[in-house]
Design a binder for this molecule. Structure first.
Ligand code: HPA
Length: 274
């Protein structure tokens, strides 16, 4: 079965469960934000393993399900748990859900994640609107035969992180009195955290944050001409900046500490999304 046929089956299955709901925004919840899905009103919950052709999540602490329903008066399709390249999925699998979103008529994508802070004047707990990304990882989700039905072979990434949505997010942050940073996210594959030398390299390259997700989804979304907004919760100073080792507990603790603020911002953005 080819990609378009699989996507069509996934889409039809999800649609059959939606009772006429028409999601407008696809929301991917990164580490720490997962609880937000529990606050979605009148939800339809679909486990990934129920959806034909959907990959299945393996990371502890990451749930693997779609929650579709009302958030701030909007109909959202929320991914509670995403697929990471480091788990062993191919890039095609990592971006599969975003492609299904597009098939469902969703043209707005809201990506959230946890990331390491490279910018030395910022601190753990800061929220960063993603203005652009750097991918030196060789893989690209569009490598191989181009699915022409989804988008063009060569496509623009100038506005991969939609400037209008960035402005909207900044306005939402001001309205809520939540300070935000704006910067460049650099993809590393993980699951090893970066070395101190890699973090210095990232900074030299112009990165403000490093992380293991988001970039593939943003590329696939650009290919399909979806509008994308990305926000990172900077959960830790990246390796080598502080005189202490990195660990996943710190990532989770910071995520936990800022999740109320982070979700308030996400909600205000969703409320005013245009
Ligand atoms: N590096 C990569 N990914 C991350 C980090 C980090 O320091 N923190 C949270 N996700």
């Amino acid at each position: 079965m080819n990609l378009m046929e699989s996507l069509d089956e996934s889409k039809k299955y999800i649609e059959s469960r939606l009772d006429g709901r028409k999601p407008e925004i696809g929301l991917v919840l990164g580490s720490g934000l997962g609880d937000m899905a529990e606050t979605i009103g009148d939800p339809v919950v679909i486990d990934y393993h129920e959806i034909p052709h959907f990959p299945v999540s393996t990371v502890p602490g990451h749930k693997g399900r779609l929650v579709i329903g009302e958030l701030e008066g909007r109909t959202v399709l929320c991914m509670q748990g995403r697929f990471h390249y480091y788990e062993g999925y191919s890039m095609d699998e990592v971006v599969y859900p975003v492609r299904v979103m597009k098939m469902l008529g969703i043209s707005n994508l809201f990506l959230t994640n946890a990331a390491g802070c490279v910018n030395e004047s910022w601190k753990p707990g800061d929220l960063m609107l993603i203005s652009d990304h750097i991918k030196i990882v060789a893989e690209n989700p569009l490598r191989g035969r181009n699915p022409d039905e989804l988008g063009e072979r060569f496509f623009d990434m100038t506005n991969a992180y939609d400037k209008g949505l960035l402005a909207l997010a900044e306005k939402a942050a001001i309205k809520k009195g939540i300070p935000v940073r704006k910067g460049v996210y650099m993809l590393f594959t993980g699951p090893s955290f970066e070395t101190p030398a890699e973090v210095r390299f990232a900074r030299l390259a112009g990165a403000d944050a490093v992380g293991m997700s988001t970039v593939p989804e943003a590329i696939a979304a650009s290919h399909m001409r979806m509008r994308t907004l990305g926000i990172s919760c900077l959960t830790n100073m990246a390796a080598g900046i502080l005189d202490q080792p990195l660990n996943h507990e710190e990532v989770l603790e910071t995520g936990e500490r800022v999740k109320t603020t982070f979700s308030a911002l996400v909600r205000e953005i969703i409320r005013t999304w245009n």
